[in-house]
Write a protein that binds this ligand. Structure first.
Ligand SMILES: Nc1ncnc2c1ncn2[C@@H]1O[C@H](COP(=O)(O)O)[C@@H](OP(=O)(O)O)[C@H]1O
Ligand SMILES: [Mg+2]
Ligand SMILES: [Mg+2]
Ligand SMILES: [Mg+2]
Length: 400
C-alpha cells in the first residue's frame, strides 16, 4: 500500500495508507495519535503502530517484564544465598523492587517512543532522595546497569543515579478513566520473594479505564501444573510468562521465550472436583472466611496458598478453579495488584469480580473500590460461588 503525507497545520500530520487517513499530532516533546473526525478517518487497520490493536504494546510489555524478571531472579538468588533474609534488613528486596520498576519504565519508554507515557507504579523515589537512601540508590543503579549489559541491551548508555530516580518517578501517574495508563507492580508478592517462594512482575495497560493487555512474569512458577495435580508433573522447570490482550485469549510461555501455548481456565462444574487458591499470608486475606466459603460450596481439596498474582496465572491455565481474596477490614486494594491478573484470567475464559459479583473497575485511579473481597472462577462455578460467598458473609455479619 502506498503512503502519502499531508500537513494539516503546525502540529499535525495526516498519513495516508491505502484509502485511510491517520492523523499524528507532533509537539517538540511528544507525538500523539489523534482522531480528526472532520478531516480524516481513524482506522485501527492502518495504525502505524501495527495492524493488530495493542500488538506493539504487548511486545514491549513482555520485553520489559521479562528483563525485570531477570533482575529479580538475580537478587532473589543472592538474597537466599546470604543470611540477609533472616535479619530485619529489607534492603535487598527494596533494591529489586526499585530496579524492576526502573527497567520496566525505561523499556516501555524506549520501545514506544510515540506514546504519551503514563505509568501508575507501586514504588516512588522519596526514600532514595534522602541522605539515608544514597547507598541503596547506588546499588540499584549498578544492578540495573549490569542487567542491561548482561542482557545485551546495548542501546542504553550507562545510567546515572539521576537517570534511575527519573525512571522511578515516571511511575507517578494517578491513572483514571481517560486515555492510556500503564499499571505496574514491579514485584508483587514481596513476602514470597523474601521467603524464596512465588512472586510476579505484573504489568497491564488501561485504555479508557479498561484493562486491554496484561503480562505476568512469574519466575518461580513451574511450567507444569501446580496444586492438585502437582505430583503428576513431568517437568520441574520453573519460570512462566502469562500474557493476554483484549479479545485475543491468554497465552503462557517459558521465561526463556520457548514453548508458547494458549491457556484456558478449568471447565470444572462440580465444586467437589475444584480446588482453590488464596494468599499465603493470612494477613492479606482471611483464611477462615475462605474455608467457610469453600466448605459451603462443597470444595473437598485443601487451599493452595501461594503469593502474588501467580495465583491468577495458575488459575488461567486450569491449575485450580477458584481464587478467594478477602482482605481484613479497612484495607484498600490497589489496581497494580489485580490489573494484569484480571485480564489474564478473563481472556482465558474466567470471571473476576468483587464479592457482590460486580466487575472490578480500574478507572478510579490507584485504588479499587471493591465490595468486601475479590473472587475469581470459571463461568460454571460463579453462580454457586456467589451464593456461598453471600451466605458466608451474612453468617459472619450476624455472628459479630
Ligand atoms: N493487609 C493487607 N491486606 C490485603 N492485601 C495486602 C495487605 N498488605 C499488603 N497487601 C497486598 O498484598 C499483595 C500481595 O498479595 P498476595 O498475598 O496475594 O501475595 C501485596 O503486594 P506487594 O507484595 O506488591 O506489596 C500488597 O499490595
Ligand atoms: Mg503487589
Ligand atoms: Mg509490589
Ligand atoms: Mg508492596
Amino acid at each position: 500500500m502506498g503512503t502519502q503525507t499531508r500537513w494539516l497545520g503546525a502540529r499535525a500530520t495526516a498519513i495516508r495508507v491505502g484509502s485511510d487517513w491517520n492523523c499524528y499530532e507532533s509537539t517538540t516533546t511528544t507525538r500523539t495519535r489523534r482522531s480528526f473526525s472532520l478531516c480524516c478517518r481513524w482506522s485501527p487497520l492502518t495504525t502505524l503502530a501495527s495492524s493488530m490493536p495493542y500488538e506493539k504494546e504487548l511486545a514491549a510489555a513482555k520485553k520489559a517484564a521479562t528483563l525485570a524478571a531477570r533482575l529479580c531472579q538475580k537478587v532473589q538468588k543472592a538474597l537466599l544465598q546470604s543470611d540477609v533474609h533472616s535479619k530485619s534488613d529489607k534492603s535487598p528486596v527494596t533494591v529489586a523492587d526499585y530496579g524492576s520498576q526502573v527497567l520496566v519504565s525505561l523499556i516501555l519508554e524506549r520501545e514506544l517512543p510515540s506514546e504519551l507515557f503514563s505509568l501508575v507504579a507501586e514504588e516512588d523515589s522519596g526514600d532514595l532522595r534522602k541522605e539515608s537512601g544514597q547507598d541503596t540508590l547506588k546499588c540499584i543503579t549498578e544492578l540495573v546497569n549490569n542487567t542491561l549489559a548482561n542482557e545485551g541491551s546495548h542501546s542504553f548508555s550507562t545510567l546515572t543515579t539521576d537517570d534511575v530516580l527519573k525512571a522511578i518517578d515516571n511511575g507517578k501517574s494517578e491513572g483514571g478513566p481517560v486515555g492510556r495508563h500503564w499499571v505496574l507492580d514491579p514485584i508483587d508478592g514481596t513476602k514470597g520473594f523474601v521467603r524464596g517462594d512465588q512472586y510476579a512482575i505484573a504489568l497491564a495497560l488501561l485504555h479508557e479505564g479498561k484493562v486491554v493487555l496484561g503480562v505476568l512474569a512469574c519466575p518461580n512458577l513451574p511450567l507444569a501444573t501446580i496444586g492438585r495435580n502437582q505430583q503428576n508433573s513431568s517437568s520441574n522447570e520453573v519460570g512462566c510468562v502469562f500474557f493476554a490482550k483484549v479479545g485475543d485469549g491468554t497465552y503462557m510461555q517459558a521465561l526463556d521465550g520457548s514453548t508458547q501455548t494458549r491457556v484456558n481456565v478449568s471447565a470444572v462444574d462440580n465444586p467437589e472436583e475444584a480446588s482453590f487458591f488464596e494468599s499465603y499470608e493470612a494477613a492479606h486475606s482471611s483464611h477462615d472466611l475462605s474455608s467457610t466459603i469453600a466448605e459451603k460450596l462443597g470444595v473437598k481439596a485443601p487451599p493452595v496458598r501461594i503469593d502474588s498474582q501467580a495465583k491468577y496465572g495458575a488459575l488461567s491455565r486450569g491449575d485450580g478453579a477458584i481464587y478467594l481474596r478477602f482482605p481484613h477490614k479497612g484495607y484498600r486494594e490497589k489496581i497494580w495488584d489485580h490489573a494484569a491478573g484480571c485480564i489474564v484470567v478473563s481472556e482465558a475464559g474466567g470471571i473476576v469480580s468483587d464479592a457482590a459479583g460486580n466487575p472490578l473497575d480500574f478507572s478510579k485511579g490507584k485504588f479499587l473500590d471493591v465490595d468486601t473481597g475479590i473472587i475469581v472462577t470459571n463461568q460454571n462455578l460463579m453462580p454457586s460461588l456467589l451464593r456461598a460467598v453471600k451466605e458466608s458473609l451474612n453468617e459472619k455479619a450476624s455472628s459479630l
